[in-house]
Design a protein around this ligand. Structure first.
Ligand code: SF4
Ligand code: SF4
Length: 405
């Protein structure tokens, strides 16, 4: 065990986080709300147990007692269990929302991932993903020149890559490269064309937004991705960046200013914010469906991103029969698609999404919408694997469809 490295890694936790760990390790109030623990029932996956494991390392190495009596030894098994706990988390933020002490657990769990990254304790499949990110600029290991393949696949007639534009549509890797999501890109592009917006794509210059780097504990990788994307957007004089992905949205809107040490020269908004404004103003008049349609809040858009009302404004004009799922808005139930859980435990991801789909199915939902390609991917996998009889669509796909696009 390289104790010098371990002690340095533990010192990356700040004073507030040490106090948070101390509080959390004595509590367990939010345990049953954690979507991972709810399905796995593995105590190691409970938020308070994770905190107690980190605190135990800090106490053994850096506490007053450790300084007086000498630091205690740490076994490899302790670090492995901490990694198992930390990566069995979708980073959904439900524990943070429920916490009566106001602990910022989302940031805390990300810091623990950074600490594990420094100790080379990141799970092997996540290390591989990070290597692909560094080599190709996307987590799927595909060439950058395939970023616009969706344009041909979906038959979109106009997909501009301009030198200058007012608005940029930041597509994101999970939309651009995953076939199940490419209609989302088609829909957003078609809606922008319908509104005659002066808009552009970044094409091959678009790079991963940086979110998977943060989830893998690689803050420096996230900062480099942020720098690269902001430069490409600035060079085009862009004033508004639209993203259809909740992960891209959260990281660009809320993390980029922190990673880059200042405000961005453009505003970042999610497509549901942009198009709900155009629905309210009467620029877009979709034909409502006669079907039971529900909206699933992506954690990174709703609870962690602060966008809750706008998708509901859109939903209400798309159907005569909108359905509100239980556990919604700030208390939205995670689909299982976050935190890179798929890379470490796909069976568990499918159990988590099964619980969400059961809720929708019990309410007789015919179309389940969301506003994130990761949610669409996970909900679609769940429907296919567990045999549910409902259609999964992104809200933007349904909007474009009801506009006849
Ligand atoms: S996150 Fe808050 S509510 Fe949950 S166990 Fe920790 S202290 Fe308790
Ligand atoms: S962020 Fe979500 S998955 Fe992770 S510990 Fe909290 S409630 Fe559980």
């Amino acid at each position: 065990m390289a104790y010098e490295k371990l002690d340095e890694a533990l010192k990356t936790l700040n004073r507030r986080q040490l106090l948070e760990l101390d509080t959390c390790a004595r509590c367990a109030l939010c345990t049953d709300l954690c979507p991972v623990y709810a399905e796995s029932k593995n105590p190691l996956h409970a938020p308070a147990v994770r905190s107690s494991r980190v605190l135990s390392l800090v106490n053994k190495r850096l506490s007053l007692w450790a300084r007086l009596l000498g630091p205690r030894l740490i076994s490899e098994g302790e670090l492995e269990e901490l990694a198992e706990s930390t990566y069995h988390c979708t980073l959904c933020g439900r524990c943070m929302e429920a916490c009566p002490f106001g602990l910022e657990t989302h940031e805390l769990w990300l810091s623990v991932r950074s600490l594990l990254n420094l100790l080379n304790q990141t799970p092997p499949r996540i290390k591989m993903l990070r290597e692909m990110l560094r080599e190709n600029g996307n987590p799927y290991g595909l060439d950058a020149d395939m970023r616009l393949d969706w344009v041909d696949y979906t038959g979109l007639e106009e997909a501009p890559v301009k030198d200058r534009a007012e608005v940029a549509y930041f597509v994101g890797c999970t939309t651009a490269f995953k076939a199940v999501n490419q209609e989302i890109a088609y829909s957003i592009a078609s809606l922008l064309n319908e509104l005659n917006v002066d808009w552009t794509l970044l094409g091959e210059e678009e790079w991963c937004c940086g979110s998977p780097y943060l989830l893998a504990g690689d803050r420096e990788g996230a900062r480099e991705a942020a720098e690269r994307n902001v430069e490409a957007l600035k060079a085009r004089g862009v004033k508004t960046v639209i993203t259809g992905c909740a992960g891209c949205f959260r990281v660009m809107r809320w993390e980029y200013p922190k990673l880059l040490g200042g405000p961005l020269p453009f505003r970042v908004i999610h497509a549901v914010e942009y198009f709900s404004e155009h629905i309210t103003s009467g620029d877009l008049k979709p034909e409502p469906l006669d079907a039971r349609v529900a909206y699933h809040d992506p954690c990174e858009l709703g609870r962690l991103g602060g966008v809750i009302e706008e998708p509901r404004i859109i939903l209400k004009v798309l159907t005569t029969n909108p359905v509100e799922l239980p556990e919604n808005g700030l208390e939205g139930r995670c689909c299982g698609g976050g935190g890179l859980l798929q890379a470490v435990d796909d069976e568990l991801r499918l159990s988590i999404v099964d619980a969400r789909l059961r809720q929708a199915s019990e309410l007789g939902v015919e179309i389940l919408t969301s506003a994130c390609p990761s949610c669409k991917l996970t909900l679609s996998d769940g429907v296919r694997e567990r045999g549910y009889n409902l259609e999964v669509l992104d809200l933007m796909e349904l909007l474009a469809r009801q506009m006849g696009l």
